[in-house]
Write a protein that binds this ligand. Structure first.
Ligand code: 1HE
Length: 277
């Protein structure tokens, strides 16, 4: 299944260029693949730069993206051999480069779905938490061993991960070294979808296709307004919501889509397949 889906994507890079972040495109969907399986997709400066560039360079025709990691593990986090003897200034700049790359993912133009298997560790979890949806295969496990390594999260994890699972659970992960398996991760809201072995890419593709078929302005509102509203007071949030609602409602796309429903040209919402009966 995985291989067939892979073949359908066309490489989006100069011929013969071998990079640790590979971009391929199929219709409105881009696939960004961390390709450093021998190092469990650990991210050094080059990988973070390539990841950032990959998102900046996506053509306008792309309307959703999938992030995958080659091999048995999504990502082992920061490349620990790359830490070296940075002084404080350089270490801050390093962390800020991760922030910039992951901000391009989280608050960029398109929704991004992460496919998670094996290790989702440290910076790998920070990357996954910058994506909009997370699909986990049963092999996925989640850890933040920064304290064990004598460091701290630096890729936005302290701001993003508690927004998904709460400060208390992240504190537990960092202090005790607690590892969550895929089922636990789904239960606590760290992942959105738990799928069978090797089914992650197919599920992510299905989600990306569905996302790409939404009205772009509605997706924009979800990506740009929703997280900002969550950070605001109730009163400010409700005000921004009204502005966004008015903006989307007056768009030609909304007019057409609302008419399509009223004229019974589109399918009704059906119950989830997971609901019995
Ligand atoms: C690495 C890294 C890495 C693997 N940096 N080289 N992240 C961690 O603390 C996770 C550390 N890694 C591991 O615990 C394990 O490697 C795994 C559980 C992910 C995978 O185990 P396994 O048995 O499949 O592979 P391996 O034999 O441990 O690793 C294969 C190679 O990848 C090996 O190199 P080799 O030259 O001996 O073949 C490993 O050294 C290398 N490798 N992970 C460098 N992370 C912005 S701040 C973020 C802070 C963090 O991310 S802290 C968490 C860091």
């Amino acid at each position: 299944m995985k291989e067939n889906l892979l073949e359908d994507f066309l490489p989006h890079m100069p011929a013969n260029e071998t990079r640790e972040v590979q971009v391929s495109i199929r219709g409105p969907i881009a696939r960004i693949d961390l390709c450093r399986p021998d190092k469990r997709n650990a991210m050094n400066d080059d990988v973070v730069r390539q990841l950032h560039r990959s998102f900046l360079d996506l053509p306008a025709s792309v309307r959703a993206a999938i992030i995958t990691g080659a091999g048995a593990h999504f990502c082992a986090g920061l490349d620990l051999s790359d830490v070296g003897e940075r002084n404080a200034d350089e270490a801050i700049a390093h962390s800020r480069r991760w922030h910039a790359a992951f901000a391009e993912i989280q608050t960029g133009r398109i929704p991004v779905v992460a496919v998670l298997q094996g290790a989702v560790i440290g910076g790998g979890l920070e990357l996954a938490s910058a994506c909009h949806l997370r699909v986990a295969e049963p092999s996925a496990y989640f850890a933040l061993p920064e304290a064990q390594r004598g460091i701290f999260v630096g890729g936005g994890g302290s701001a993003r991960i508690p927004r998904l699972i709460g400060v208390s659970r992240m504190t537990d992960m960092m202090l005790s070294g607690r590892v969550f398996d895929a089922m636990e991760a789904e239960r606590i809201g760290l992942v959105n979808y738990l799928v069978g072995p090797a089914e992650g890419l197919a599920k992510a593709l299905q989600l990306a296709q569905s996302i790409a078929s939404n009205a772009p302005l509605s997706n924009f509102a979800v990506l740009q307004a929703l997280p900002r509203i969550a950070d605001q007071s109730l009163s400010d949030g409700l005000f921004i919501e009204s502005l966004m609602a008015a903006l989307t409602e007056r768009s030609p796309e909304a007019t057409e889509r609302l008419q399509a429903f009223l004229q019974k040209r589109v399918a009704k919402i059906a119950p989830s397949a997971a609901v019995p009966g």
